[in-house]
Design a protein around this ligand. Structure first.
Ligand code: BGC
Length: 261
C-alpha cells in the first residue's frame, strides 16, 4: 500500500458544521469519533449566501489542513448544513440566506475546496454521531435526537441507522412553527427564564413523544451543556438525555458520514 493511502487511512478527517450563527470545524478521528485539537470557529457571514459561506468554509479547511496532524491534502471533507439535503442539493433554508435553495452545495464545495466533499443535514450529523459514539450508542428502536440552536433540528435513528431529513423542528404547535418559539435562540430573543422555557419544551417533547413513541430522546445543540436547567423539569414517558458529544456532534457526524457511508 502506498504511503499516502496508509496515512489517509489512519489520519483524522476534517469535519465542518455550517450553522445559522457560526461555522465550526475540527479534525476528527473517524474510528473513535473524537475531536483532535481545538475547534476553529468563525461567525457565519451575513448575508449567508452560498459564495460567502463557501469562502469561510475554505478558510477553515485551510487552517485545519495546515496542522501537523491533518490528513493528506486530498482526503474528503465532511460538511453539515442547516437545511434539507437531498443528493447534495439544498431543499430548505430556514435560518440561512434563501439563495441557498436548489444550490448544489456538494458541487459548490467540491469545486471550491478541490477535494471530495460529503454534505449532510446538521441534525442528521449530530444524530449519527450520538448513535455511534454518544448517548444513543447501542440503543435499539427509535431514537430521536433534537438539537436546540438557531432553529430546532431533528434526527430520526432506527436501530442505529439514520432515516434522513426528518424536520421535526417545523411541527406546528399551538399555531406556530415550533422552532420559532422553542429554539435556544428564541429563548434568548424572548428573554425566557429556564422555567418558562421548560414549559415550551414540555409542550414540544410531549407532542413529539405522542407522534413517535421513541425509546430515547437526546437533546443536542449548544444548549445541551445547560441540560441541568431544563431536562429535570420535563415530565415524559420517554427517557431524555443530553447529547454526550455536546456541540461537537455535528463536526463528528459529518466525518462519520463521509468516512463510513
Ligand atoms: C432546519 C433543519 C435544521 C435545523 C437546525 C431547521 O430550521 O429546517 O434542517 O436541521 O434548523 O439547524
Amino acid at each position: 500500500m502506498a504511503m499516502q493511502d496508509e496515512k489517509s487511512k489512519h489520519s483524522p478527517l476534517i469535519g465542518i458544521d455550517i450553522g445559522g450563527t457560526g461555522i465550526k470545524g475540527g479534525l476528527v478521528d473517524p474510528e473513535k469519533g473524537e475531536l483532535i485539537g481545538d475547534r476553529v470557529h468563525v461567525p457565519t457571514p451575513q448575508p449567508s449566501t452560498p459564495e460567502a459561506v463557501a469562502e469561510v468554509v475554505a478558510q477553515v479547511v485551510a487552517k485545519l489542513s495546515a496542522r501537523p496532524d491533518a490528513s493528506v491534502a486530498d482526503s474528503p471533507v465532511g460538511v453539515t448544513f442547516p437545511g434539507i439535503i437531498r443528493h447534495g442539493v439544498v431543499h430548505s433554508a430556514a435560518n440561512v440566506d434563501k439563495s441557498w435553495l436548489k444550490t448544489d452545495i456538494d458541487a459548490l464545495l467540491t469545486e471550491r475546496l478541490g477535494r471530495r466533499v460529503g454534505v449532510i443535514n446538521d441534525a442528521d450529523a449530530a444524530g449519527l454521531a450520538e448513535a455511534r459514539f454518544g448517548a444513543g450508542e447501542g440503543v435499539s428502536g427509535t431514537v430521536l435526537v433534537i438539537t436546540l440552536g438557531t432553529g430546532i433540528g431533528s434526527a430520526f435513528i432506527f436501530n442505529g441507522k439514520l432515516v434522513p431529513n426528518a424536520e421535526l423542528g417545523h411541527l406546528e404547535i399551538d399555531g406556530f412553527d415550533a422552532e420559532t418559539k422553542a429554539s435556544a435562540v428564541a429563548r434568548e430573543r424572548d428573554g425566557l427564564s429556564w422555567e418558562e422555557y421548560s414549559l415550551l419544551l414540555q409542550r414540544y417533547f410531549s407532542h413529539v413523544e405522542f407522534l413517535f413513541s421513541p425509546e430515547l430522546f437526546i437533546v443536542g445543540g449548544g444548549i445541551s451543556k445547560r441540560a441541568d436547567e431544563y431536562l429535570p423539569q420535563l415530565k415524559l414517558r420517554t427517557p431524555i438525555a443530553p447529547a454526550e458529544l455536546m456541540n461537537d456532534a455535528g463536526i463528528v457526524g459529518a466525518v462519520v458520514d463521509i468516512a463510513h457511508n
